[in-house]
Design a protein around this ligand. Structure first.
Ligand SMILES: [Zn+2]
Length: 72
């Protein structure tokens, strides 16, 4: 997996370990899954992460909902 993903920081913490460091494939398709780089938990889709990065803390619920879907 190393070298095939790009890391970024998400305002919302990983629900499992609290890390803010996420990884996504370098292709960065909107439907690519973003994973916590610490515990490899699915957190959200890349386009959902992009929404939060653009809109800030007001959209954190989007990530929480995505993480709770658990569609990994
Ligand atoms: Zn984690």
């Amino acid at each position: 997996m190393s070298g095939l993903s790009e890391k970024f920081r998400l305002p919302v913490a990983c629900p499992s370990c609290g890390s803010h460091r996420m990884g996504v494939s370098q292709v960065k398709n909107p439907d690519d899954k973003a994973f916590c780089t610490s515990c490899s938990r699915f957190v959200c889709l890349y386009h959902e992460a992009g929404t939060v990065l653009q809109q800030g803390s007001g959209s954190e619920a989007l990530i929480v909902q995505a993480a709770n879907r658990g569609d990994c």
